[in-house]
Design a binder for this molecule. Sequence first.
Ligand SMILES: *Cc1c(COP(=O)(O)O)cnc(C)c1O
Length: 228
Amino acid sequence: MIDITDHLAQIRARVTQALSKSGRSHDDVTIVAVSKQQPADAIRRAFANGITDFGESYVDEALPKLRSLTDIAAQWHFIGRIQSNKTRAIAENFQWVHSVDRERIARRLDAQRPHHASPLNVLIQVNLAGESQKGGVELAAAPELARVVESLQHLQLRGLMTIPPADLAPHTLLETYSTLRELGADLRRGGHRCDVLSMGMSRDFETAIAAGSNCVRIGTAVFGPRPQ
Ligand SMILES: *Cc1c(COP(=O)(O)O)cnc(C)c1O
């Protein structure tokens, strides 16, 4: 059996070390435990170890798990590609969405967010390497999408997310993540709220933290390999 307690202790130590290496020892980094393809009891074990934020990529897989876990005070983050016919389920069941990449999706999420709920926290996904198989808005189009999200009453713009190509050399990876940090700084200068940079996964979260990440999405390093 995978020892989630042990994995989380190691990840937290590595996060702390990465922060102090880059002179950010007073900063907080949120660990979003990516629980896609993991059973509800693995999520319970992570929660028992102090993890409160969980990431899911597939709506149909996530909903039954969310419903069986209503007794834990978890924050649910939707991090996968968003199909139009799934926006209602996302707007009704998640607190965060990291993968908004077009205006039409933003408008649907806004219209479908229950009015009694707090605004849905939105990160704009940016596709920095022009990979057509991945979601994300182009860098140059991100400010306009940020403006649209900010204008919508039931959405709260919070920041940016990116998924870099898997095979980047370390210095290129650092540059890619730094580009997202700079975009965040530009948006703040433009008056937008942009306090979350969601970047870094199991394989590269230390590099992402060196570039300014304050939200890492970690799956396999927490839960072990995903069952196929
Ligand atoms: C699956 C996934 C992760 C986690 O990946 P690991 O390599 O298991 O840490 C992070 N972000 C997104 C968008 C994902 O789809």
